[in-house]
Design a protein around this ligand. Structure first.
Ligand code: AMP
Length: 251
């Protein structure tokens, strides 16, 4: 089995986001970037499936500008076998990414496409669902556990839903998106970082995949959330009740 994992380069989760002065987006120059945490989890799961003997090859793919190669290199250092960079400097919205992933799935013919449940920059939570829709493959979103029988052509996905845990049996090929509790991703070790330098990263363009990156979406303005007002200390429960009743009008 071949597994294709989509990994996105995003602003590191620990960085304090600053909005650009012209409100066109967020500042990314001189800002630490990293692999989207949910993509790390997706990749970790693919590596575990390979280590358990269910998969032969793990392919990492990323779409965007030249620096995506760094993110792919991190994926290779974590243990992926090879990488494909879909190179474009255009702004990518989830539908365009989904079409590109579809194009790659048609040429690479993976048995499973693994994605993060969402990217922490746009919080769109759309790409995996769109890929499954476009490919007409079954989907298991927000996976918190994956299990496979040896040699089986299906995978069982456990998902955390409001009422508890839901188990879905998906016929392969399938699209799966990783939730936080699926696993704890590994760190790339120094020897593996060195080895990753020799692993191949091939490049394709959206045109080569036959995908037009156009969107009906336009970002009108990006602004910071309003600053929260400082709280007040109350001296007693009676005072708190009085404020909730007469000032906040919530009881
Ligand atoms: P989103 O729908 O934007 O929240 O992203 C969900 C998932 O789609 C991410 O966790 C990635 O696995 C994948 N994805 C989105 N954008 C990209 C990209 N530019 N390159 C690679 N994968 C992406």
């Amino acid at each position: 089995m071949k597994i294709m994992v989509a990994v996105k380069r995003v602003i590191d989760y620990a960085v304090k986001i600053r909005v650009k002065a012209d409100k066109s987006g967020v500042e990314t120059t001189n800002v630490k970037m990293a692999m989207n945490p949910f993509c790390e989890i997706a990749l970790e799961e693919a590596l575990r499936l390979r280590e358990a003997g269910h998969a032969k090859e793990v392919l990492v793919v990323s779409m965007g500008g030249p620096q995506c190669a760094d993110t792919l290199r991190t994926g290779l250092a974590m243990g992926a076998d090879r990488a494909i960079h879909v190179s474009t400097t255009e702004t990518l919205y989830p539908l365009a990414v989904a079409k590109l992933l579809c194009g790659l799935a048609e040429s690479e013919k993976p048995n499973m496409v693994l994605l993060g449940k969402q990217a922490i920059d746009d919080d769109a939570n759309q790409t995996g669902q769109m890929v499954a829709g476009l490919l007409k493959w079954p989907q298991g979103t927000f996976a918190s556990k994956l299990s496979m029988e040896k040699g089986s052509s299906s995978v069982t996905v456990e998902r955390e839903v409001d009422g508890g845990l839901e188990s879905l049996k998906l016929q392969l090929p399938a699209v799966i998106t990783a939730d936080l509790r699926l696993n704890q991703p590994r760190y790339a070790t120094l020897p593996n970082i060195m080895k990753a330098k020799k692993k191949p990263i091939s490049q394709v363009t959206p045109e080569q995949l036959g995908v037009k990156i156009s969107s009906d979406l336009e970002i009108v303005e990006v602004v910071e959330p309003a600053k929260r007002k400082a709280g007040v200390m109350v001296a007693s429960v009676d005072e708190l009740l009085d404020k909730l009743k007469n000032e906040a009008h919530v009881i």
